[in-house]
Design a protein around this ligand. Structure first.
Ligand code: NAD
Length: 361
């Protein structure tokens, strides 16, 4: 049986009609139907996916993944800056975009008429504390511009990432639930919390299909992190391979929720492809990966690089941010609503990072 057809344009309608005929034919005859694929997904050439902030840690990986699924021409990478090496290498459209410049952004929406938009441009937690007003402006105004243009241009789906930074010192720290006290004390955290409220508001008021995840700290080997509190968990791999030692800016026992990038990209695309009525949360879903401390991560790295040594800096302003965040996350809504399941645990992630980075650093 054909369970699902993902429609995006007139050609999909034609395919749908043909499939309808085919199904009618198979029910009217004794033709065996069970050879048909259970899930038929038609990703039409006319799908246009705009990724804003494509040069960053997530964008470089997400653009590659989306181009793998929808084709290079269907995915428009865009950023304030010219493309990083990984994006230059992969073919596909690229645009210089400033999400704060309404005319510039409007022109891009007009030019491509996107069916999906991923907004990744933001200032992250650690940099946000150095430039609080700039962070608030980019994280809020940028989001509102994208939401408004998405309504105006009838964009079918919008993805905007939230973060575990929406939680604060009075939120439960272990297995932090989806709904609880939220009192973030960083500009980044309360810009994300306000952003979640705006997303839900645009869904309720204007019917815009906005979807979001509260990403934990993300770890990947293809791109450098952009100034967050969890960046140590990427830097440590580079230093372990380059020098055999690393000075952590977080203390040995600071547990934080983290996730391997492959899992994060898979979660994002799974959420974006879930049927709309199964997406019951329109603020942002809790998403859990692996929780570990710098000491536990160092121990796992030592299994591969026995001489590796870690030291701890102390007195880093990022420690206070980390102390206000959850140590682990309860993501049961994501599991229940769209079948989320992580693949990478700590040993598997460490092995994959080291294997891939050893030829690069
Ligand atoms: P990043 O800092 O690596 O990348 C952000 C990109 O946005 C950069 O390439 C930057 O040039 C671009 N940008 C900045 N200002 C812009 C503007 N005015 N117009 C257009 N582009 C602009 O960030 P990231 O780690 O890829 O994160 C992407 C999103 O995911 C952000 O919303 C972030 O808050 C969220 N997030 C990330 C993590 C993580 O661990 N990386 C965790 C939780 C949430």
């Amino acid at each position: 049986m054909v369970e699902e057809v993902v429609k995006c344009c007139k050609c999909c309608k034609v395919i749908e009609i043909l499939l309808g005929f085919f199904q009618t034919f198979t029910t009217l005859t004794t033709f065996p139907t069970n050879f048909l694929p259970l899930r038929f997904t038609w990703n039409c050439m006319s799908e246009k996916i705009l990724v804003i902030g494509a040069n960053g840690q997530i964008g470089t990986e997400l653009v590659a993944a989306l181009r793998g699924i929808y084709g290079s021409e269907a995915v428009i990478a865009s950023d304030l800056k010219s493309p990083v090496y990984a994006l230059k290498k992969s073919s596909g459209p690229y645009e210089i975009v400033n999400v704060l410049d309404k005319d510039n952004l409007h022109h891009i929406f007009e030019k491509y008429n996107p069916t999906q938009v991923y907004l990744l441009a933001a200032i992250l937690s650690a940099v946000g504390e150095q430039k609080p007003k700039v962070a608030w402006d980019l994280n809020m105004t940028g989001l509102l511009h994208v939401l408004d243009f998405s309504v105006e241009f009838k964009v079918e789906k919008v993805f905007w990432p939230s973060s575990i930074a929406v939680f604060g010192p009075h939120s439960p720290q272990h297995e932090t639930p989806q709904y609880c006290v939220m009192d973030p004390n960083t500009v980044y955290g309360f810009s994300k919390l306000a952003g979640e409220r705006w997303c839900e508001y645009y869904f309720t008021k204007y019917g815009l299909d906005v979807r979001s995840l509260r990403y934990p700290g993300l770890i990947g080997w293809r791109a450098n992190p952009g100034g967050g509190t969890t960046d140590y968990a990427v830097h440590i791999f580079h230093q372990a391979l380059k020098t055999g030692n690393y000075e952590s800016f977080l203390s040995a026992d600071t547990a934080l929720p983290m996730m391997y990038m492959d899992d994060a990209i898979r979660a994002t695309i799974t959420l974006m492809n879930a049927p709309a009525d199964e997406v019951t949360i329109r603020s942002a879903y809790n998403l859990a990966g692996i929780s570990f401390t710098p000491a536990q991560l160092a121990d796992e790295i030592k299994k591969h690089i026995p001489g590796f040594e870690i030291t701890y800096a102390g007195n880093d302003p990022r420690q206070a941010i980390a102390d206000s965040w959850p140590k682990s996350i309860d993501d049961s809504y994501a599991q229940k609503d769209w079948g989320w399941k992580q693949e990478y645990d700590l040993p598997k992630m460490v092995e994959d990072m080291l294997v891939n980075l050893q030829d690069i650093v």
